[in-house]
Design a protein around this ligand. Structure first.
Ligand code: HEM
Length: 259
């Protein structure tokens, strides 16, 4: 096998991985958005529902497994994306001196590396904001509606319960872990206008990344033939606009409601 054939093969393998991990991350985004839409439910009912959802997401074994697949997909997608972007740059060191790229390709398709990097920075900040805070930070605990009793993870209120190191104690007996109040962490986060603007800008980058990425993934796995191409193009635009838009509306809405 010549060196150039080997490079081409490894490039094709990388494109496959980019496509599979990218499409899996689109599925993750859809599920994550559906879960986050619960933040539109107002009052105590919304708070309880979101915190019960957070317990389910962090304790259900199947969801836990999917979480690990998500982390690995993000890493693979980002590393492969950086390698492919750098290889593309190397392949045209003199830039586009003799051709006008804007006529042949979209702005987003030429800037996938930059857009992906913005999204990666966003994910790191985002994980710190909520995921890290919930798992390792000083999370508040969920109380019953009149604030007199802490809740166990299954939602049972424990009158006279005392929380010690995350456990609910009653008359000296350890009844189990208390339910964390992730809802309040999210509300407090989005009371900060800088964080809200950061989320909105990141979702704009996500939209442009998806406009090219969604369609390109189907192309890479060979499904973008004559028959399916129009459907994939339409679905790609719909996904790339709708999903980031809904994600962006959540922090804006919560900020306005908290004001
Ligand atoms: C308004 C928008 C968003 C809100 C309110 C939000 C909220 C949250 C919360 C509360 C968590 C921690 C609880 C959990 O682990 O389920 C979380 C985790 C996470 N979020 Fe978001 N999210 C938003 C958008 C996004 C976007 C656009 C991405 C991807 C680019 C993303 C990626 C993740 C990841 C990878 C995790 C860790 C999931 C896991 O551990 O399984 N989020 N998000």
């Amino acid at each position: 096998m010549s060196e150039s054939t080997g490079l081409l093969k490894s490039h094709i393998v990388k494109k496959y991985w980019m496509a599979f991990t990218g499409l899996f991350l689109c599925l993750f985004l859809t599920g994550h958005l559906a879960g986050n839409l619960q933040l539109f439910i107002t009052g105590y009912a919304g708070q309880l529902q979101f915190n019960q959802y957070a317990v389910f997401m962090t304790t259900n074994p199947a969801v836990k497994l999917l979480s690990y697949v998500t982390y690995i997909s993000i890493l693979f997608h980002a590393i492969d994306g950086i390698v492919i972007s750098m290889a593309n740059r190397k392949a045209r060191p003199q830039g586009y001196a003799y051709s006008k790229p804007e006529k042949n390709s979209m702005w987003s398709s030429r800037n996938m590396g930059v857009l992906g990097t913005i999204i990666l920075v966003y994910i790191v900040v985002h994980m710190q904001n909520f995921w890290y805070e919930y798992k390792f930070g000083t999370t508040p605990y969920m109380m019953n509606e009149d604030g007199t009793a802490p809740l166990l993870k299954d939602g049972t209120a424990i009158p006279n319960g005392e929380i010690v190191d995350g456990m609910i104690m009653q008359a000296g007996e350890n009844l189990g872990p208390a339910m964390g109040d992730l809802y309040t962490i999210v509300m407090e986060g989005f009371a900060n206008p800088i964080l809200v603007v950061f989320y909105v800008l990141a979702m704009a980058a996500m939209g442009f990344h998806l406009i090219h990425g969604f369609q390109s993934a189907f192309q890479s796995i060979g499904l973008r033939n004559k028959k399916y191409s129009p459907v994939i193009t339409k679905a790609g635009y719909a996904f790339a606009i709708l999903v980031p838009l809904l994600f962006a509306i959540i922090p804006v809405y919560l900020f306005i409601m908290a004001a």
